[in-house]
Design a protein around this ligand. Structure first.
Ligand code: NAP
Length: 342
């Protein structure tokens, strides 16, 4: 059966910010064959394409997208036990947190600290999602893709994915040619809890709860809900900016000026908390202009109070970047992807 390619579909409903005009064409693909069909459709008409997952890290132009949006809807989840480890094969279109929940319910360790992150499994390697001391790259064995230009299958080993902090090969210009159909993870039947983040260890100290995998997931869900905006109430893309990684020299300078700024070693550089900078150095926590604001409990997240436009969001984020630069000389990078109409 042939797949339907839809016309003039509002993109507002396909990103958690709730911003965007119509896509000229839109295809939700459930298999490699459907993906190939969609790609051929685009090729024939010389259309620009954009690959969409859960839309939790993407915002679209109010003018829409003058091409074909291909939504990854490839499902499937298989567990294969091998000694103390478990190999998991997951379709790129599976919901990330639905997948994490299943691993926790089966007591397969590794991903519990990455609970409640919105988006799809296929998007997880692209920005190497990470939270509370865990990065998804630690568990990825390989990533299966289709080359959008040649339509050939290509598998990337963990090494070939070139993972780093919130980054991978798939974020580079060349990497954008690959559509992630499947991700393979290696989890453990007997794992070690990771409580090295303050929020998590404090949760267990104060609640006196037993440190089980299920309770770690519950802890992460509670902590995230306390800090991050509720997607049901606000338009948002979660953390809008990345935490900066700066040189040791720059860190020492900044730290001399502003006490309390914590630094975490990242290779030969230092990773710092942008939330701290925005709050304590720039006084920006809760900063609002028009329809947009930095969220009151976590200034890294921008929220849309309902009627915000793409242009307004761009102006708002530029202003924040400028304010942070004026105070700290740090150029903060956005994590959310802004898709222009053409
Ligand atoms: P947080 O825990 O207050 O941490 C702020 C900053 O300090 C981050 O750069 C974090 O590094 C670093 N940090 C804190 N404790 C650390 C430790 N024990 N060792 C090393 N580095 C440490 O951050 P938050 O804003 O409340 O967010 C909670 C977690 O969710 C963080 O891990 C954050 O990165 C993550 N998060 C990820 C995404 C995403 O992937 N898109 C979006 C939102 C939040 P890390 O960033 O390396 O953790």
């Amino acid at each position: 059966m042939s797949m339907k390619i839809l016309k003039n579909i509002s993109l507002k409903d396909f990103n958690t910010f709730g911003i965007g005009g119509p896509a000229r064409f839109f295809a939700s693909v459930k298999s490699i064959d459907e993906l190939k069909e969609a790609l051929q459709f685009a090729k024939k008409r010389r259309l620009k394409i954009f690959i969409l997952g859960g839309g939790s890290n993407t915002v679209f132009d109010d003018k829409g997208f003058n091409g074909l949006i291909i939504r990854n809807n490839i499902k499937g989840l298989k567990f294969l036990k091998k000694g103390n480890s478990v190999l998991v094969e997951v379709g790129g279109g599976e919901d990330w947190d639905g997948f994490v929940e299943k691993t926790v319910s089966k007591n397969f360790w590794g991903l519990e600290n990455l609970s409640l992150i919105p988006g799809t499994v296929g998007a997880s390697p692209i920005q190497n999602i990470g939270a509370y001391g865990v990065e998804v790259s630690e568990f990825i064995i390989k990533v299966e893709t289709i080359n959008l230009k040649t339509l050939k299958k290509k598998t990337f080993s963990n090494k070939e994915c070139k993972f780093s902090y919130r980054n991978s090969f798939f974020k580079t210009k060349k990497g954008k040619d690959f559509f992630i159909i499947k991700v393979f993870f290696k989890l453990k039947k007997n794992g070690v809890p990771n409580l090295k983040y303050k929020d998590v260890s404090e949760y267990f100290e104060s609640s006196k709860k037993k440190i089980t995998q299920k309770n770690i997931r519950q802890a992460i869900i509670k902590i995230r809900n306390r800090k991050l905006p509720d997607l049901e109430k606000f338009g948002t893309g979660g953390s809008f900016f990345k935490n900066p990684i700066i040189s040791k020299k720059d860190f020492d300078e900044l730290n001399g000026k502003y006490h309390g700024l914590k630094g975490y070693i990242e290779g030969n550089k230092v990773k710092i908390s942008l939330a701290f900078i925005m709050d304590h150095i720039c006084g920006l926590k809760g900063y609002r202009e028009g329809n947009f604001s930095l969220y009151k409990n976590q200034p890294l997240a921008i929220v849309n109070f309902g009627k915000g436009s793409f242009e307004e969001l761009k102006k708002f984020k530029n202003k924040i970047q400028k304010k942070v630069f004026q105070k700290t000389k740090i150029k903060i990078e956005e994590e959310v992807f802004l898709v222009d109409s053409k």
